[in-house]
Design a protein around this ligand. Structure first.
Ligand code: DON
Length: 309
């Protein structure tokens, strides 16, 4: 553990002096207010060990990282029938792209691009009012993190709704192809709110434990999902979790990861650890610039790669 803590402290010190930090997302105006100098990292080992450094206890907007949790919930709800409405292939396009949707007749490439996550929100809305579906997602996140203090940042949700023209376009397009069962504004209400969940690195790393532990949280003696489902979600995080930057992330870091435009990344070392990192500045693919570099350094130093033998 002391080696891990030393690695995190060194990364935080190096990142404080980074010559470039990327650009904070400003297309959601509320996110544009975040201080680009923030940096936090947290690692929860499968044996329960915890190491953190920097701003690891400060909540940030998890944005697309929430799509990992909504996917787990939706698979629990409808099982493999979900895959009739959403694909499992990397898109090679930006997270908010619409171009493939027309050619592929309203079936989004994967559940992590915005179009796919909107379909997942639509699945979670079935039989509920939006308020109830949002409550169910928040309860799930709180339960896997074992932390009832986690909340949704309402200012971020309404900021995104006010400027969410592309997401409205995607939802209307999905509806036009018959791949949305509810009104676009209702489904998007669920989507915007789960993206606006605020968590610290420590809370997020805790929430990822079940993915590092074959679907189980040992310390709580709680089975969240099956081992097979955890493996598959990890596979999707590796191949699709960073959009058109997924290949680069797999090449450089070598473990499953899911990014968000709030600057967070949840990364999983299967069988070993759950990691969350946060640095608000993004690279040109919309993924945390320093977060990716930090994970690359940590994975190298700890010899954490799903490809090493
Ligand atoms: O829909 C959006 O644009 C945001 N709520 C989420 C996008 C996102 O986090 C992409 N991640 N890198």
């Amino acid at each position: 553990m002391s080696e891990l803590k030393a690695a995190l402290d060194q990364i935080v010190a190096e990142m404080a002096n980074a010559p470039e930090r990327g650009e904070v997302a400003s297309y959601i105006p509320e996110l544009g207010k975040v201080d680009p100098a923030k940096f936090g990292i947290a690692v929860i080992m499968n044996d329960g060990g915890v190491a953190t450094a920097g701003d690891a206890d400060e909540p940030f907007s998890i944005q697309s990282i929430s799509k990992v949790f909504t996917l787990a919930l939706a698979l629990g709800r409808v099982g493999d029938t979900l895959w009739k409405r959403v694909g499992r292939e990397p898109s090679g396009t930006p997270f908010n792209s619409i171009v493939q949707l027309e050619r592929e007749e309203g079936i989004p490439r994967n559940p992590f691009i915005n179009a796919g996550a909107i379909v997942v929100s639509d699945v979670l809305l079935a039989g509920h009012q939006p308020r109830e579906a949002i409550g169910e997602i928040l309860s799930f996140v709180r339960s896997v993190a074992d932390d009832e203090t986690i909340v949704i940042d309402r200012d971020v949700a309404s900021s995104e709704r006010a400027t969410g023209y592309r997401n409205f376009a995607l939802a209307n397009y999905l509806k036009g192809f018959g791949n949305l069962n509810h009104a676009p504004e209702l489904t998007l209400g669920v989507y915007f709110h789960h993206c606006a969940i605020a968590m610290s690195c420590k809370q997020l790393a805790n929430a990822g434990r079940f993915l590092a532990n074959s679907g189980r949280i040992p310390s709580l003696n709680h089975t969240v999902i099956s081992g097979e489902r955890a493996r598959r979600i990890n596979a999707l995080m590796l191949t699709c979790g960073h959009y058109d930057g997924s290949g680069e992330f797999a090449f450089r870091v070598g473990i499953p990861g899911k990014s968000g435009v709030g600057g967070g990344i949840l990364a999983i070392v299967p069988g070993v650890a759950s990691i969350a990192v946060w640095s608000p500045g993004l690279n040109d693919r919309g993924n945390s610039m320093l977060g990716s570099i930090a994970l690359e350094q940590l994975a190298k130093r700890m010899n954490w790669s799903i490809f090493s033998s």
